[in-house]
Design a protein around this ligand. Sequence first.
Ligand code: FES
Length: 182
Amino acid sequence: MTMPAWNAKELTVGQLAARSGVAVSALHFYERQGLLSSRRTSGNQRRYRRDSLRRVAFIRVSQRVGIPLAAIGEALRGLPDERTPTRADWETLSTTWRTELDQRITQLVRLRDDLSDCIGCGCLSLDTCVLSNPHDRLAAEGPGARRLECDTVPADCSPDSAPLQDCVAPPAQPDGPRTHRE
Ligand code: FES
């Protein structure tokens, strides 16, 4: 008779928490999200397969690099027979996620730079604040802060291609919102 998988070594939730370093409440949460599964004993206690340890490690490492739980769940569900990710699975997934991570880092760096322009300002102007109006009429010029203080924008006007002092300053607004060069 073939031994069922559940007859292999199993872990209680406490053991899984202790071995993985993840709180019991987090393990229950993962289970509610469908990332982890267990069986119930006749006494209604959870028992986890031993390979759940690797599954939990996969979830934690993925979360640590900023992968949302929904994407982690999708990746796990995409594995055949609900198997725990193998080394090859991790290689494939981490390569895909690396690309997404690079894109998010680029986006965050751009946001940080835009935020630097806002620090000490507070105008939240639809005309001058790139964070307040990220999809402004200059979007066709390209991403990022296409318009800083420029009222007219040369085709090549960007923080990288033209010094700010070369741009035409917007009309003065004595009582209006401040520009970020005040
Ligand atoms: S708050 Fe963003 S430029 Fe003023």
